[in-house]
Design a protein around this ligand. Structure first.
Ligand code: NDP
Length: 323
């Protein structure tokens, strides 16, 4: 079968199309005919060798995908052949077929396309944990969403609005801000606006923002602290700038700020938190209040271009590759 293979880490053009054996589902596993792969910033970092965990090569990228169950390994009882499922975790999805643990599949809402299913798990579970599990956001409260037109950003805006919160969205272009407004953002601001710190503080009533979903990092991290309200919560979710951030704990003391890290991979092992997130998301999905914003869609042979477009900040919503 055709698959993307990475033999050495580096920029997106290290990804090559190869013919590799179709994977076999072992006990407790299923083989899926891949319909759509959601591409996360994490995939780009993993190929570059800059992710939180070490990337072992050779490997086939692709951690979040949806497709049709094609065969079952031994001891699988929770899934049937022909069912559409979404999967999260591991790698190997940028291929015609992928194998996943049957216990880790996520049922796909009937109203979702394959691309929407592949765009859902990472962005919406992360958004929920940022806004609620760790962020403890309340209806009526202001939240600042950075990189607001991206996959996580669009999910965060939709979810925050569905949870009754007020959203300040930041992004790098006017076009991206328009998308944020279309999704319900109450206030939008260019990321490079020279008066952004004061404008964000003013938008939230002058005293700063109680909850910030921080994904840019680098020197911008200090700005997030400056934008936060007294007793504000800054949830560190990403480092899209790929630059070092510096934290002076005394800055937290002065205004009683809380900085909390969020990594979905480790939170997924918290069954209670995952179940609570799924329980909260399910009715919002069923009622159409949150629907993944699928961005540009690429063929498998264009995977390197898809990854480069994310790095070049050309994309909005969830980038999808259809093998
Ligand atoms: P996106 O689709 O949001 O794409 C990344 C966005 O980051 C771009 O749209 C761009 O928005 C912004 N960006 C890119 N480069 C830079 C830069 N040099 N400086 C500032 N901003 C930049 O990707 P994802 O939704 O996959 O991820 C968004 C962020 O959230 C990433 O940092 C990712 O690692 C993180 N994340 C973390 C998770 C976790 O478990 N901790 C889970 C999911 C995502 P703009 O042009 O508007 O600035």
């Amino acid at each position: 079968m055709t698959a993307v293979v990475v033999e050495r880490l580096g920029p997106p053009d290290v990804m090559e199309l190869r013919d590799i054996p179709v994977p076999v589902a072992g006990p407790g596993e299923i083989r899926i005919k891949v319909e759509a792969v959601g591409i996360n910033f994490a995939d780009v970092l993993a190929v570059a060798g800059e992710y939180l965990t070490r990337t072992r090569v050779p490997y086939t990228p692709g951690m979040e995908f949806a497709g049709i169950v094609e065969s079952l390994g031994e001891e699988v009882t929770n899934v049937t052949v022909g069912q559409r499922v979404a999967c999260l975790g591991g790698s190997g999805a940028l291929a015609k077929y992928a194998v996943a643990k049957a216990a880790a599949v996520i049922p796909v809402p009937e109203n979702f396309t394959g691309a929407q299913a592949a765009a859902f798990p990472v962005s919406y579970f992360t958004a929920y944990h940022g806004l609620k599990t760790l962020g403890r956001g309340q209806p009526g409260e202001w939240v600042l969403v950075q990189a607001a037109a991206g996959a996580l950003g669009t999910a965060s805006i939709q979810l925050a609005k569905a949870l009754g919160m007020q959203v300040i969205a930041m992004a790098s272009t006017e076009e991206k801000l328009q998308l944020a407004r279309d999704l319900g953002a109450d206030v939008t601001l260019l990321q490079d606006d020279p008066e952004r710190v004061q404008k964000v503080r003013d938008a939230a009533g002058g005293g700063g923002v109680p909850l910030i979903l921080e994904v840019v990092g680098g020197p911008r991290f200090q700005e997030s602290l400056d934008m936060a309200a007294a007793q504000g919560r800054v949830i560190v979710i990403g480092n899209a700038s790929r630059e070092q951030a510096h934290l002076r704990p005394v800055d937290l003391m002065k205004r009683n700020l809380t900085v909390t890290g969020l990594w979905l991979t480790s939170l997924m092992t918290d069954r209670e938190a995952t179940a609570a997130a799924a329980q909260a998301l399910t009715p919002l999905v069923a009622s159409g209040q949150v629907t993944p914003h699928v961005g540009p869609t690429y063929a498998l042979s264009d995977s390197a271009r898809a990854f480069q477009d994310i790095l070049d900040r050309k994309t909005t919503g969830k980038v999808v590759i259809e093998p």
